[in-house]
Design a protein around this ligand. Structure first.
Ligand SMILES: Nc1ncnc2c1ncn2[C@@H]1O[C@H](COP(=O)(O)OP(=O)(O)OP(=O)(O)O)[C@@H](O)[C@H]1O
Ligand SMILES: Nc1nc2c(c(=O)[nH]1)N=C(CO)CN2
Length: 164
């Protein structure tokens, strides 16, 4: 069985309802079992900032689908929940991104795994830390200041984000 981690976000309408519907739709699929879900985080928009706050979560699933079939399922769920694709990084009823699929590296026209921007996104790293601490690279830790993500560049630690 394959293990994948997905990020789900919503910032239009009833955000919690959209997250719930997306998780239920995944779990209802006969070749997917959702096996862990992070807490839900309210997050400020990243990238295109002139939009409402998001609710975000990360989940772990087991599946017999290959990564391209999984992407099709994710996009089908986005479409069913009324996702409109216009502004890049813009508002969306629901967005499902594949973060990791086993330890695979995939570079194709319509799918890149690990997700190419996941390491820059606290809205991904913080919930992922909750359910998959061993999956986070290069470094994440919890200390008295909260969650700290870093990478080491030429022997110097560079901090990526600090959350609550
Ligand atoms: N790991 C991945 N997960 C989901 N979609 C991916 C992935 N890699 C590439 N894609 C492609 O990215 C395209 C755009 O996806 P989408 O509109 O959800 O981007 P976005 O969420 O606005 O931005 P971002 O990719 O930075 O999260 C999709 O049509 C899909 O084919
Ligand atoms: N806080 C937050 N910001 C975003 C999000 C998201 O899910 N949460 N998704 C984006 C495109 O994938 C762009 N910016």
């Amino acid at each position: 069985m394959n293990i994948a981690y997905l990020s789900i976000g919503s910032n239009i309408g009833d955000r919690l309802h959209h997250l719930t519907k997306a998780v239920r739709a995944l779990h209802a699929h006969d070749r997917i079992e959702v096996t862990a879900i992070s807490s839900i985080y309210e997050t400020e928009p990243v990238g295109y900032t002139d939009q409402a706050n998001f609710l975000n979560l990360v989940l772990r699933l087991e599946t017999s689908l290959n990564p391209f079939e999984l992407l099709d399922v994710c996009q089908g769920i986005e479409n069913d929940l009324g996702r409109v694709r216009d502004v890049r990084w813009g508002p969306r009823t629901v967005d499902l991104d594949i973060l990791l699929y086993n330890n695979d590296n995939i570079e194709s026209e319509n799918l890149t795994v690990p997700h190419p921007r996941m390491d820059e996104r606290a809205f991904v790293l913080v919930p992922l830390l909750e359910i998959a601490p061993d999956s986070i690279q290069p470094g994440v830790a919890i200390d008295d200041d909260g969650v700290v993500c870093w990478e080491t560049v030429d022997g110097v630690e560079r901090f990526l984000s600090v959350g609550e």
